[in-house]
Design a protein around this ligand. Structure first.
Ligand SMILES: [Zn+2]
Length: 420
């Protein structure tokens, strides 16, 4: 397993209230800054970012000085299911897991959030669980001494009656039920998850079921959520579902397999974000013999992944805000580690490392409406320290030296604006 880093430091010790970090190279969330730079951190906020090595002077003032090769914002996994164990790859084991008592599922979720943080993933967006375990982990992660990645939680998603998604979503069918379900979730979910389509039929190489909701229902969904001040992210693959998602104006499309260049253009024009999630399909392709897929299906899976990669590049070039998400918890997709596999797939799709790291740091924070999307002065110090620059050695990402996450909930990040 990768990212066997020292445990992340919940910086609540008195000596951790003020310190400095000196690095040779860094990434601010959008651009690489290839220069020796000194960061001064006070009470969890970036107090100063200065060119050059000011370590000796600051140490002389009694400040603790840390050094490393590279600093970047904490990684964000924009699509996970904390209560699911992605390392479980046997269907029987996975089915039994869903029937375990809540305490067992909570412990799984805690372990996954802890593992994520150890890998440098300081924030995850949980895309739904029917028990609301994501909300409970969100609350635990807000404690100052927590060693869990912070959680942006959808709570329980919404699906059509008797359709796909029972493990992560509750049913709503009529317009009144939809309005009520959205109003309930708007009260305590950070974003609202809509299950708009079913799964991909790998043997058919297509989404064969009709979308779960009509365009009129999807519009009602988006309008009601927006009126409640919440954004929608929609599980959606296949041409029909994508057409409805775009026309209805959802805020973010999850998965989005069977994308087309036209849809990429529409997403860019309508400022709809996209979380492509290669992980679960890639696992099926890479483990096809063990999973019993015939050669014909393997070819379809490969084509699906290649087309997905081609559209990812088209979308980024068109200006779509891509959020890196893994669907961790799905079969074969391990929390934390999967982020690095997804990063590699973005690289294979032809994205630059700056574009990839933006998708894994500033793009999601901007989409979530955080006041600080980048590592900048007066931003919360939400950062990962690496021994080497990933621009020289990409594998350095898998071995964080130190991880810092803000100690307060995201909505309170403006508290840095007043500190110095
Ligand atoms: Zn998912």
């Amino acid at each position: 397993m990768s990212c066997e880093s020292p445990p992340p430091v919940p910086d609540d010790a008195p000596s951790a209230r003020a310190f400095a970090v000196v690095v040779d190279d860094w990434f601010d969330g959008e651009r690489r800054r290839r220069e020796t730079t000194t960061f001064r951190v006070v009470d969890g906020c970036v107090a100063d970012i200065d060119s050059g090595d000011r370590g000796i002077a600051l140490a002389a003032q009694g400040l603790r000085v840390l050094r490393g090769g590279f600093l970047m914002p904490g990684l964000v996994d924009a699509h996970v299911h904390l209560f699911l164990d992605g390392t479980a790859t046997d269907p029987g084991t996975r089915a039994r897991h869903l029937k375990e008592p809540i305490e067992h599922l909570l412990e799984t979720a805690r372990r996954n959030a802890r593992r994520s943080l150890a890998c440098g993933v300081t924030l995850v967006r949980d895309a739904g669980d029917r028990h609301g375990i994501n909300h409970r982990i969100r609350a635990e992660a807000q404690r100052a001494s927590s060693t869990l990645a912070r959680v942006r939680s959808a709570g329980c998603g919404i699906r059509a009656p008797k359709r796909y998604g029972a493990f992560m979503a509750a049913e709503a069918g009529t317009d009144d039920e939809l309005r009520e379900a959205i109003a309930q979730r708007a009260a305590d979910s950070d974003e609202i998850k809509l299950i708009l389509t079913g799964l991909i039929d790998f043997e058919a190489g297509a989404v064969t079921e009709e979308p779960q909701f009509t365009l009129a229902q999807a519009r009602l969904f988006v309008e009601t959520a927006h009126a409640c001040g919440r954004r929608i992210f929609a599980h959606c693959s296949g041409a029909k579902g994508l057409g409805i998602a775009i026309e209805a104006g959802v805020d973010c499309i999850e998965h989005g397999f069977f994308m087309t260049p036209e849809v990429c253009g529409q997403m860019a024009r309508r400022a709809i974000a996209w979380t492509p999630t290669f992980g679960p399909v890639h696992f099926q392709w890479a483990n096809a013999p063990a999973l019993g897929w015939p050669a014909e299906t393997v070819d379809k899976l490969r084509r699906l992944l290649d087309e997905h990669a081609r559209h990812l590049k088209l979308a980024v070039d068109a200006g779509v805000a891509v959020l890196l998400g893994t669907d961790a918890g799905s079969m074969g997709v391990a929390h934390g580690d999967a982020v690095f596999d997804e990063i590699d797939r973005y690289g294979q799709a032809g994205l630059s490392l700056e574009q990839i790291l933006a998708a894994a740091t500033s793009n999601p924070r901007r989409h979530f409406g955080f006041e600080h999307a980048r590592l900048s002065r007066r931003a919360p110090f939400d950062a990962v320290l690496l021994e080497r620059s990933p621009f020289d050695d990409r594998s350095a990402l898998r071995r964080p030296l130190r991880v810092w996450r803000p100690q307060w909930p995201p909505q309170r990040e403006s508290s840095c604006a007043t500190s110095d």
